[in-house]
Ligand binder design. Structure first.
Ligand code: NAP
Ligand code: GDD
Length: 354
């Protein structure tokens, strides 16, 4: 097995796991990575070791806002499979930076598709686009499937909607084998620290070693369908192994609230919570010590919220043979253990999570 793959966003959570998966399958992997003043390859090194020693992996400095560079990269690497994972991926941040979010998440995808077409590879290359359950936004139906109407609620969701249709357009106009993975939230110990699950599991570890400040959270009522990123990158790969491109929901079919996730995480860290108060006055208090461990912070609420996402991945099960196995509870416990271990207190999490 194996071929040549190009991954944008290779330094991110999904990019790192997908890179490791494709290398294990025998692929030659090219990764587009931004030039940064500080290293951004920590996730890749954590999974693969020193990158100079990794055979069949080559990183290329570049950016999804640089169209000519993308054309040169496609022409030079001539990938069998392109995975477009690069994005300004933080929903809250997209309200503060709507223009750069659109540049990268909408036009970046268009540039990459056009680079494939310009180089003359529309009939040869297979294209994966990191679409998202944020497309559903204020969803009209629950659970959401490939047929649920899109109603994005953020600049991020709107930019990803543009990219979604650009992918469909290249499939229909130019015959490109192009697929949208409409992925619901997926997490791991490599999850970015600004996303709510990782923010919580890092706070559990900090509280376990005596950090006094409570964790401040925004909307505790929001519900998400959280799965395991490692399973989801396998689903991406399966989409590109089909005879034709298509659009697929990947989800677990179970949802929980931010409050549920926080309760489970603090419990797994040996700090069981009880909740007091309502709305902006709600607090999570340690049942054992009475310490306030979580405080509601209205400044962390979003200008427009997506209240409830839950996906139906029946099509992926039927066509791809893919379904999620890891529960959000097991994933939460693993993330807590990893963050405790990073602070040298792994024993607390291991005992509690067992
Ligand atoms: P992530 O950890 O935030 O990674 C994003 C990646 O994009 C990073 O490698 C980042 O580079 C890169 N990037 C940002 N701006 C770029 C630019 N201008 N040019 C080139 N690369 C750029 O995100 P993730 O969780 O792995 O998600 C991967 C993709 O799936 C994203 O497109 C995201 O929107 C989408 N998605 C994620 C989820 C989820 O729950 N994780 C669900 C649905 C869809 P740096 O390392 O230099 O910052
Ligand atoms: N980040 C964050 N920080 N979110 C908080 C906080 C907080 O302090 N407090 C409450 N939340 C709520 C958010 O309002 C949201 O309803 C929920 O927690 C999840 O927020 P995130 O973890 O930031 O993820 P997201 O659902 O907005 O977006 C992620 O999933 C999308 C797929 O549905 C990202 O990975 C997107 O890139 C992805 O497309």
């Amino acid at each position: 097995m194996g071929g040549t793959a190009l991954i944008t966003g290779v330094t991110g959570q999904d990019g790192a796991y997908l890179c490791a998966l494709l290398l294990a399958k025998g692929y030659r992997v090219h990764g587009l990575a931004r030039r940064c003043s500080a290293s951004n390859t920590g996730r890749l090194e954590g999974l693969l070791g020193p990158l100079e020693a990794v055979e069949r992996l080559e990183l290329h400095a570049g950016d999804l806002t640089d169209g000519a560079g993308l054309i040169r990269l496609i022409a030079r690497t001539r990938p069998d499979e392109v995975y477009n994972l690069g994005a300004q991926s933080h929903v809250r941040a997209s309200f503060d930076t709507p223009e750069i979010t659109a540049e990268v998440d909408a036009l970046g995808c268009v540039r990459l598709l056009e680079a494939v077409r310009t180089v003359g590879l529309s009939g040869a290359t297979r294209f994966y686009q990191a679409s998202t359950s944020e497309l559903f936004g204020a969803a009209a139906a629950s659970p959401q499937t490939e047929d649920t109407p899109f109603r994005p609620r953020s600049p991020y969701g709107a930019a990803k909607l543009h990219a979604y249709w650009a992918v469909v357009g290249h499939r229909e106009a130019y015959g490109l084998h192009a697929s949208n993975g409409i992925l619901f939230n997926h997490e791991s110990p490599l999850r970015g620290q600004a996303f709510v699950t990782r923010k919580i599991t890092r706070a559990v570890a900090a509280a376990a070693v005596g950090e006094a400040a409570p964790l401040r959270l925004g909307n505790l009522d929001a519900r998400r369908d959280w799965g395991d990123a490692r399973e989801y990158v396998e689903g991406m790969w399966r989409m590109l192994q089909q005879p034709a491109g298509g659009d697929y929901v990947l989800a677990t079919g179970r949802a929980a609230s931010v409050r549920d996730f926080a309760s489970h995480a603090f419990g797994a860290g040996g700090l069981p919570l009880r909740w007091e108060g309502e709305g902006d006055g709600e607090r999570g208090i340690c049942r054992r010590t009475g310490r306030v461990l979580v405080a509601s912070d209205p400044t962390l609420r979003r200008p427009a919220e997506v209240d409830h996402l839950i996906g139906d991945a029946s099509k992926a099960a039927r066509v791809l043979g893919w379904s999620a196995r890891v529960t959000w509870e097991a994933l939460c416990e693993e993330m807590v253990r990893a963050d405790l271990a990073a602070l040298g207190t792994g024993h607390v999490g291991r005992r509690r999570a067992a």
